[in-house]
Design a protein around this ligand. Structure first.
Ligand SMILES: [Zn+2]
Ligand SMILES: [Zn+2]
Length: 260
């Protein structure tokens, strides 16, 4: 049988909040597990002028590491050709108000852009930027300050923009963990989810996106599902969308985690 197993979302030592293990260790683990396509999607450098709101300021790779990261991806692609199809892209943040710079980055790295994922980790709530997946405590605290409904609504509006492929021809083809806002929902969630998920899915489908079927959610104690959650997976399939499995591994041991 010729089954293509893909892990379309893994990080690397260039992720400052990762484990620092070599990219080749991820490829070896993929080969060991019978994964035929492995896509590195390191957090692209944040736009200049945007201040990383997390205390450690370690959400994304440093701009000076981009060249070395892409070169190592290329070296591994050649070395493992015929064994593992290694690709190298980015997990790019959509940050409202910084679209021009993000677009320039994508234009500078057109080839990598085609292996990339577009995600939302940062929203502006109550006048300040906030990283929504940093920690349960910071999420609960922000929800108390700004209102949990408000956080959800802001995230939903941002996802609607992302679903429309705001970067046109250089827009990443994959939409990252669409319902990341649910990560801490066992701790706190609105009485009624105000987000028009079906609308977002329809818009994303019309834009031709593939969905990041992100299994990191299974490892998160306050969520314990993949992103998107099961009913969204069904809905996405019903409207003809493709999903791409991903582990969001920040360590080689998690390559393929949850689906292999
Ligand atoms: Zn990360
Ligand atoms: Zn992410």
């Amino acid at each position: 049988m010729n089954m293509t197993i893909i892990d379309g979302h893994v990080h690397s030592p260039y992720c400052p909040h990762g484990t620092g293990e070599a990219m080749e260790a991820y490829v070896k683990e993929a080969e060991r597990r019978g994964i035929s396509v492995l896509v590195f999607t390191e957090h692209a450098p944040l736009p200049g002028g945007f201040t990383d709101p997390v205390p450690e300021k370690d959400s994304a790779m440093r701009p000076e590491d981009v060249a070395a990261y892409l070169e190592e991806g290329e070296r591994l692609r050649n070395k493992y050709a015929g064994r593992v199809d290694v690709r190298c892209g980015f997990e790019v943040d959509y940050i409202e108000g910084f679209e021009d710079e993000t677009r320039r980055f994508l234009e500078e790295h057109r080839e990598a852009a085609m292996h990339s994922i577009l995600s939302v980790h940062f929203i502006k709530a109550d006048g300040s930027w906030f990283c929504l997946d940093y920690s349960a405590d910071s999420f609960v605290e922000k929800a108390k300050e700004a209102g949990i409904e408000n956080l959800y609504e802001t995230y939903g509006k941002t996802m609607e923009k992302v679903a429309g492929k705001p970067f046109g021809k250089v827009n990443p083809p994959v939409l990252g963990h669409i319902n990341l806002i649910h990560k801490f929902r066992k701790r706190i969630q609105p009485e009624e989810d105000p987000i028009n998920w079906k609308g977002i899915l329809e818009k994303a489908a019309a834009s031709g996106y593939v969905l990041d079927f992100n299994h990191a959610g299974l490892r998160k104690p306050d969520y314990r599902e993949a992103y998107p959650e099961p009913w969204m997976v069904e809905e996405a399939k019903r409207i003809g969308m493709k999903l791409q499995t991903g582990s969001d591994a920040h360590s080689p041991k998690d390559v393929g985690s949850g689906f292999v």
